[in-house]
Design a protein around this ligand. Sequence first.
Ligand code: NAD
Length: 480
Amino acid sequence: MTKTKKPLSFYQSVGNYFKKAAPHTGLDKGLLKQIKVCNAVYAIHFPVEITDQKTGKKRVKVIEAYRVQHSHHRLPTKGGIRYSEHVNQSEVQALATLMSYKCAIVHVPFGGAKGGVKINPWEYSQEDLEKITRRYTYELLRRNFIGPATDVPAPDYGTGPREMSWIYDTYRTLRENDLNAAGCVTGKPVNMYGIKGRTEATGRGVFYGLQQACANEEDMKKLGLSKGIAGKKVVVQGLGNVGSFSAAISQVEGDALIIAVGEADGFILNEKGLDIAKLIAVKMETGSIMNYGDAKKYGPEDRGKVLELECDILIPAALENQITLANADKIKAKIIGEAANGPISSPAEDVLLKKGKLIVPDVFLNAGGVTVSYFEWLKNLSHMRFGRMDKRYRQQGRVNTLDLIGDMVGTPVAQDVYKKYAKGAGEVDLVRSGLEDAMITAYENIHEISREKNIDLRTAAFVNAIQLIGSDYEGMGIFP
Ligand code: NAD
């Protein structure tokens, strides 16, 4: 009898990527081991009284949860909290590991961490989710696994600004003398110490990253594509936070043609392009993308086929292990932009690379979220909105320049020109500008390593991250 090989776990895939990159770093074996392992793993079970959604009766549910701090080379550690019934320790370790590398790649001075609560959030009432979130925060605090100087969570799959505000409120209640309490978590609502531009940040970063990848004429030529993201046919899997902003911004600001979108209940396709703003509104109003009118529809039994559609760019933005050996040779997209964490398993990546695909890896592409989380944390520690001190000053400088131009040419500059050019940057302008710079610089760095060493982009991204973390340890004098 032939034994079927067990598919690799996400953590094993991350381990493989590390193994592939390590020989290119020139670092000592002991140092590499320290950079690879998870520094602290916290696994907990706690009881919460919930209301059974079917019977309406109260019962006690024991919740399984984790927080993993992958690397303490810089503090605080940072990483989202995921609510999903698939959460397990190994998955959280994989995600925490990616966070360390991600932060290094976009030059955000944090170690990596990740949290996971093993629940299906869509099966709980808001009241029960609040209870679970507050109790989880308390458990983290008891063991010093949360705090503006130690470990700072953020949203991930199944969580958003609402959960982050519960976390902040619980923390500040228990630590009322902590002046920097607002910096204990990021991704908070803007009116609760959040920052403008955080909710869209991961998707916007995906857009900036793909735009930069498509701007390289030589790379596009190799794929048989023209330069630029405009007009490229794009397929998106998962229309949650990351998927919806990736799709909407690529369409509005990049002129990309989004031809198909998939969700757990199926996918929709229109070769002429979907109206993403309308699609998001339909999903919000009715709960499903399948209620969008102008498209062909395929049900839940076909949901995986969305990945196999003919297109230029495929953006998996749902969950890990979506492209495995089972479907890798059916993928027709020329570019795969990993908006989700770990959507491609490492054996599947080998197949895709052999076929000449360009994979823009998660460890770079979805780092926009943590980049803007860093800005939010800085805002919380400075207790001041970005742009507050100099917005008016800069605006007046521009007004003076336009006045001067008017005087010099003898005709006053038109009012609409003043409107367009005479403004100082507000918070969201600065956040977007800082994010764009982080993504472009990071792409250029990993692209250069990939070119120099003749390795794929993911291996190059890992080499970059491992070397940066390694130089931190060497700087501490731990590894001479
Ligand atoms: P989300 O919960 O907002 O959205 C996930 C979406 O995927 C949902 O709409 C869900 O219905 C859909 N989905 C679930 N199973 C599916 C399936 N089998 N096929 C198609 N769609 C399916 O989560 P998110 O925050 O957008 O996170 C998505 C991915 O991006 C995750 O891998 C997460 O780790 C990663 N990520 C998120 C952030 C962030 O800032 N939120 C940052 C970095 C990485």
